[in-house]
Design a protein. Structure first.
Length: 285
């Protein structure tokens, strides 16, 4: 994956990209970065994959220091980035908080959304998570944590989201350096802006987009219980990929499932077929 950057309305925005073809834009969630998609992107067929880095996350933490980092504003930043890169239409893929961001972007700029893939996404009343609520309630406590204590907190956060210990350890090595560099205050800054009101009233609008939708969910997610995945699939009339032996960080533990779902949406969009099948359920052991 090649790392790119561009100044967009005075904000230096970063992303990683690979491949050629119609655009697929991927948005990570809290505690991660575009590297979340490192195992997924090689399996996307005939597409230009762009993994956008949310402002104030990953290597962009300094750019977000004095900015609004809410899901609603992230969606605005994303659309401005689209305009700068002259992306008129793309399949939008979001994990966790990134799922909320792409939902809002699709609502605010519906012509941009060619298809939608949501992976263990925020929505309804399933967020913010307990760790984020704790950081919001006690920002001074978290922000002043010594590095060793915050390192333990962060490692635990990632470990809880993986079923594969090896992948969890890899994820820590990939995502921790940003927080090691900028400190626990970066996490507090991210958490303070997260509000479930940003994703209210989205479903009726998204249902009317008339684009293929795929929902992927790890059945053992402790942060976002699986019944939310079923709810998304029902309300959006989406294809549902239900992974029995997975937790929250599905793109790292089961990248092939995510890639298959994205490839399926791409085929529906660009091959002219659009079989929106709520009844279709894929289960992975």
């Amino acid at each position: 994956m090649k790392r790119r950057y561009h100044d967009v309305r005075g904000i230096r925005m970063h992303w990683r990209e690979a491949g050629k073809g119609p655009p697929v834009v991927m948005v990570h969630g809290i505690a991660t970065s575009p590297s979340l998609w490192r195992y997924v992107m090689p399996h996307i067929m005939n597409a230009h994959c762009l993994a956008w880095e949310m402002v104030g996350y990953g290597g962009s933490i300094p750019q977000g220091r004095d900015l609004d980092l809410s899901a609603a504003r992230q969606a605005d930043y994303l659309i401005e980035w689209f305009k700068t890169l002259r992306i008129k239409r793309a399949v939008l893929v979001g994990h966790g908080l990134g799922g909320g961001v792409v939902q809002i972007a699709a609502k605010n700029s519906p012509t941009v959304c060619a298809g939608l893939v949501l992976i263990n996404s925020v929505g309804y009343d399933n967020w913010p998570t307990a760790d984020v609520k704790f950081a919001r309630r006690f920002p001074g406590l978290i922000g002043r944590m010594p590095e060793s204590a915050f390192r333990f907190f962060f490692r635990r956060l990632l470990r809880m989201g993986h079923v594969d210990r090896h992948r969890a350890a890899q994820a820590f090595e990939v995502h921790w350096p940003y927080y090691a560099r900028y400190g626990a205050r970066a996490f507090v800054q991210q958490a303070r802006y997260l509000d479930l009101r940003d994703t209210r009233e989205l479903i009726p609008v998204l249902r009317n987009l008339n684009v293929p939708v795929s929902v992927i969910w790890g059945a053992r997610d402790r942060q976002f219980p699986a019944h939310y995945g079923f709810r998304f699939a029902r309300d959006l009339d989406a294809t549902f990929h239900y992974i029995l032996k997975s937790r929250h960080f599905v793109p790292e533990d089961h990248p092939e499932v995510v890639a298959d779902a994205i490839n399926h949406v791409l085929a529906q969009v660009y091959d002219g077929a659009h079989p929106r099948q709520r009844e279709l359920r894929h289960r992975y052991g």
